[in-house]
Ligand binder design. Structure first.
Ligand code: ADP
Ligand code: MG
Length: 312
């Protein structure tokens, strides 16, 4: 059964010139361009933890790759290859085809080749590893924020968390669910930020929690202006109060880029991101000290939870 499934995957997977040997042998052979660093990242989605068993397989395929591409984007890396470790409760070719529609559809959009993987029986689990390149010295690291930097955010956050909470009805609920199930990895934006931004991270566990990693690793603090937080139409229609701020700042599953850059880079960043059709705004600044203060019209605001943690 396993070999039929692998054949199905191999038939549908596209290749690229730097793949000297893809699916089919004991391992893939890949050519890394001279002068670039290989960037590697892995993320796993488990049934019951990250998604429900009834989740649309196409959306699942999309998301499994999207969350990984988001990590490369946050490094300023150009994605090239991926591998797929599938644990499946049974051999269901129809399910696999729909999963591949989402997975390989997104891979094609970013010219990423699926070069190998593993297929086993077990509770549904999808482990993806992505590989990409970044010129030495140009990666967007978490430890590179500087006091005085602007704090920027692509897109908007909070929709996925609101969808998970079952918020809204009709068109609003559908718009929120779309953001939860089909996040947009900000790959082109990450590339545009090379040599323009200092530090970057993708928002997967909640904006404040992920910002905390930048602040800790860079040895700095931050201030966020509540008024400056971008909000989607759907989320704005749903809530204008504290619930919305909780979702935006402590929700998670957003896959937007949070990054810092010198004030002198404002115009260059705005132009470079506009050229990739990526919305982005400044939401605050990096300051001396540690931790993040969230500033509203009525003074400092504190969320009830900071973000998502797996083992608490
Ligand atoms: P091995 O026993 O050498 O690990 P497998 O039978 O697991 O070989 O896999 C055979 C080939 O199919 C390998 O090239 C492997 O990378 C590829 N492969 C297996 N499962 C997947 C998958 N889910 N996605 C992509 N390639 C896969
Ligand atoms: Mg194997």
């Amino acid at each position: 059964m396993e070999f039929e499934l692998i054949d199905r995957i191999r038939e549908r997977a596209a290749s690229r010139r730097d793949v000297r040997l893809g699916i089919g042998d004991d391992a893939a052979l890949l050519a890394v361009p001279a002068g670039q660093l290989l960037t590697v990242s892995t993320d796993t989605l488990n049934v019951g933890v990250h998604f429900h068993a009834e989740t649309d397989p196409t959306a699942l395929g999309h998301k499994a790759l999207a969350v990984n591409l988001s990590d490369l984007a946050a490094m300023g890396a150009e994605p090239a290859w991926c591998t797929l470790a599938l644990s499946l409760p049974g051999a269901d070719p129809a399910w696999l085809d729909r999963f591949l529609d989402g997975f390989l559809g997104l891979a094609a959009q970013h010219r990423v080749a699926l070069v190998g993987g593993d297929t086993t029986r077990g509770p549904l689990s999808i482990g993806v590893t992505v590989h990409g390149f970044v010129p030495a010295g140009q990666a967007l690291r978490r430890d590179a924020a500087r006091v005085g930097d602007d704090l920027w955010l692509t897109g908007s956050t909070g929709d996925a968390a609101a969808a998970l909470a079952g918020a809204g009805q009709g068109e609003i609920a559908a718009a929120l669910r779309e953001r939860l199930e089909r996040p947009t990895p900000r790959v082109e934006a990450g590339l545009a930020l090379r040599r323009r931004a200092h530090a970057a991270i993708d928002v997967s566990d909640g904006l404040l929690a992920d910002l905390g990693h930048i602040l800790h690793d860079s040895g700095v603090g931050a201030e966020i202006e509540l008024d400056a937080l971008p909000v989607s139409e759907a989320l704005a229609a749903l809530s204008d109060g504290t619930a919305r701020w909780e979702w935006q700042l402590a929700g998670g599953d957003d896959y937007e880029l949070l990054f810092t850059a010198a004030a002198s880079a404002r115009a260059s960043i705005a132009a470079a991101l506009a050229a990739t059709a990526t919305p982005a705004v400044r939401i605050g600044r990096i300051v001396a000290g540690s931790g993040c203060r969230v500033l509203g019209a009525d003074g400092e605001w504190t969320p009830s939870r900071r973000g998502y943690q797996h083992f608490t």
